[in-house]
Design a protein around this ligand. Structure first.
Ligand code: ME8
Length: 645
């Protein structure tokens, strides 16, 4: 676009009540993108704020016996802190539509369009939905209810200013068709084209008989319609009519993010306002899906809202941000459950990432006196180097298409790949063989991969990247996205183990009696171990990892009691190549003689261990529950040595 600043916006929210995780979702997504562009060394303007005028706010205030300003002031304070502060929302500007800078812009804009003839005075006859602050014509209202939210609408009949939307219907359609990237995802673009097919009527943009809003210039009986006022916040924050240099560097927005229910305002009405004022249109308008509770949208007025601050207190900011951005493909609707949040944290963050860090630091500490650098003669092409480069490219592509969950999935894949690398390269065996070159190469690559992961995660997570980097002994914050280059850190890592990156939530939950929410949430994941069983928290493995376990059929040739050990039997098992000795704890379930000739499944590549002075070379598979135990066997006789997979 050739301008200096990458400009991203969220909707400005109604401070009519506390915000919930639906609002957090939009804001954290915009925040991750803003952080990503900053890391890419771009100048960024990230704006969020509050939409403080309109009947809904006025009513909320009078219900509490407050002036509208006093009413919104207290809510706005809480939105800034604790909410956005605790969630790590790095906005550059928080705009409130009650600020004088905004009022000036709205009035100047109104004047400009009125002078041009795109705003004119007439009479409005129709319906109004208060919760949506939306006008509806007779044909759209079904049985007295709002077509968007289904709640009753009220009849309005009054003198009003109108904005000549209809005059721009063809231009906006053409813009949407010519710029497939303008409205995203594509499903929203199709919806908007469908909406335009129904025809555009001029929009009533003023009300009389209420005073909580910005007056129409030179006609103070009229207050400007809250949506017309609110949409202009994006101009105000960019410096329109107040700071020309800032405006030139910033306008138009690169990305405007919002929930799908208000795409119509942002992808049709708002661009037409800009066309009428001869201003450039935003590059991308992205309408994401809804967080649902059961099968309904989470919302303030439905009383099913989940408070993000309480979740952060319980699970930490990174778990919440990760869940919001990873769980649901950006653009689709997704079910919110606290169980899913816990599962995501435990599997992806505690198990996969936490273990990778913990194992890597432990091995570098143990085998390399906590210090590792890349050996001179290390090969240039290495598996983790390739996997890191692939992950970086995938994250970059995903971020360019705003696909945040795909970006995080790519990071997850790299984490799992690194865990597999540990299994495959077996650093402990390299240490034992004193293969210093191979050992240092693999441990350096693991540290380097973790470093790359810390950079990849830093747009998304607030605390974990620096805690991870502290254990690797490197600067706590990456300075630029270029640090995702493998080998960028071409020097030594001096590691030191630290507290677990993500303690498993079940452990934490045991310490806290977690209450179900008073706000109508059904079941909290809470504390009980039956609800969050280890099976549910299962650490998924790739097929590569599974295939490293060599399973085969064996035939038991002899079995004898191990003296002095009442649970053990010493078995001789023909594995198809040789007869190996296996010590197995099955004595209380099988009489030795009953086992002779029995077929079993054994783990063939288990490290031999001495048990009661006997070298045991493998393990038999057995199913067990409670006191019951049964050896696993092929369903029909197989040759000893047959592979089990
Ligand atoms: O519409 N799932 O403000 P608002 C996902 N003031 N996102 C959700 C959500 C959910 N369940 N609930 C809310 C307004 N959101 C106007 C905007 S802009 C010029 C004026 C998010 O307080 C989502 O971004 O009703 C949605 O569009 C926005 O909050 C609505 O916030």
């Amino acid at each position: 676009m050739g301008k200096a600043t990458w400009y991203v916006t969220t909707p400005i929210y109604y401070p009519s009540d506390k915000l919930h995780i639906g609002h957090a979702y939009t804001t954290v997504a915009a925040d991750a993108l803003a952080r990503y562009h900053r890391l890419n060394e771009e100048s960024v303007l990230f704006v969020t704020g509050t939409d403080e005028h309109g009947q809904k706010i006025q009513k909320g205030a009078s219900d509490q016996g407050l002036t509208p300003l006093a009413f919104v002031d207290q809510i706005v304070r809480q939105i800034k802190d604790p909410l956005w502060k605790a969630l790590g929302v790095s906005y550059d500007d928080f705009i409130r539509t009650t600020e004088p800078r905004h009022r000036r812009v709205v009035q100047a804009f109104f004047r400009r369009l009125r002078e041009k003839g795109d705003i004119y005075k007439g009479t409005y006859e129709g319906w109004y939905c208060l919760p949506c602050e939306t006008f509806w014509t007779e044909t759209k209202v079904s049985q007295g209810n709002c077509p968007d939210c289904g709640r009753p609408v009220e009849r309005v009949s009054q003198e009003s200013y109108f904005f000549r939307l209809s005059a721009y219907a063809e231009r906006i359609r053409e813009h949407i068709i010519r710029h497939p990237e303008f409205i995203q995802p594509v499903s929203r673009r199709n919806e908007m084209l469908g909406f335009l097919d129904e025809g555009l009527e001029d929009l009533s943009i003023s009300r009389t008989g209420m005073n909580w809003g910005i007056e129409v210039p030179d006609d103070p009986q009229h207050v400007i319609y809250v949506w017309f006022d609110a949409l202009l916040n994006y101009l105000t924050a960019a410096g329109y009519e107040s700071d020309e240099a800032r405006f030139q560097a910033t306008w138009p927005p690169n990305l405007q993010v919002m929930g799908k229910e208000i795409v119509r305002f942002h992808a049709v009405i708002w661009p037409i306002m800009l066309m009428a004022a001869d201003l450039q249109l935003p590059e991308h308008v992205f309408g994401h899906g809804w967080l649902l509770i059961g099968d309904t949208k989470m919302s303030k007025s439905r009383g099913n809202a989940v408070d993000p601050v309480r979740l952060i207190e319980r699970y930490g900011v990174d778990a919440i941000r990760y869940y919001l951005l990873r769980e649901v493909p950006f653009g689709s609707d997704g079910l919110y459950t606290e169980d899913a949040l816990v599962l995501r944290t435990n599997v992806d963050l505690a198990n996969d990432l936490g273990n990778l860090l913990q194992r890597t630091v432990a091995m570098i500490t143990r085998f390399c006196q906590a210090r590792v650098s890349l050996p001179e003669a290390a090969p240039g092409e290495r598996r983790l180097k390739q996997a890191s480069a692939a992950a970086v490219a995938e994250v970059e592509n995903s971020m360019a298409s705003f696909n945040l969950s795909q970006a995080l999935a790519a990071v997850g894949k790299l984490v799992r790949r690194a865990n597999v690398e540990i299994e495959q390269s077996q650093p402990w065996a390299l240490a034992k063989r004193q293969d210093r070159q191979a050992l240092h190469t693999v441990l350096y690559d693991l540290a380097e991969t973790l470093r790359v992961i810390s950079v990849l995660l830093s747009p998304f997570l607030i605390e974990a990247p620096s805690r991870l980097r502290a254990q690797l002994g490197i600067a706590l914050e990456p300075r630029s996205w270029q640090e995702t280059e493998f080998g960028w850190h071409g020097r030594q890592f001096q590691v030191s183990s630290g507290p677990s990156l993500f303690p498993r939530i079940e452990d934490k939950a045991k310490d806290h009696e977690v209450q179900t929410s008073a706000e109508g949430r059904q079941a909290s994941i809470s504390t009980s171990s039956e609800e969050t069983s280890p099976q549910e928290m299962r650490h998924e493995i790739d097929i590569d990892l599974f295939q490293q376990v060599e399973l085969g059929v064996g035939t038991i040739q002899s079995a004898e009691i191990v003296k002095g050990a009442d649970r053990l039997l010493k078995l001789a098992v023909d594995d198809g190549e040789r007869v190996r000795t296996i010590v197995s704890g099955i004595r209380s379930h099988y009489a030795p003689e009953s086992l002779i000739g029995k077929q079993v499944v054994l783990v063939k590549n288990l490290k031999p261990v001495k048990i009661r002075g006997i070298l045991s070379e493998g393990m038999l598979l057995a199913a067990s529950t409670g006191d019951a135990l049964a050896l696993v066997a092929p369903e029909s006789t197989m040759a000893a040595g047959a592979r089990v997979k």
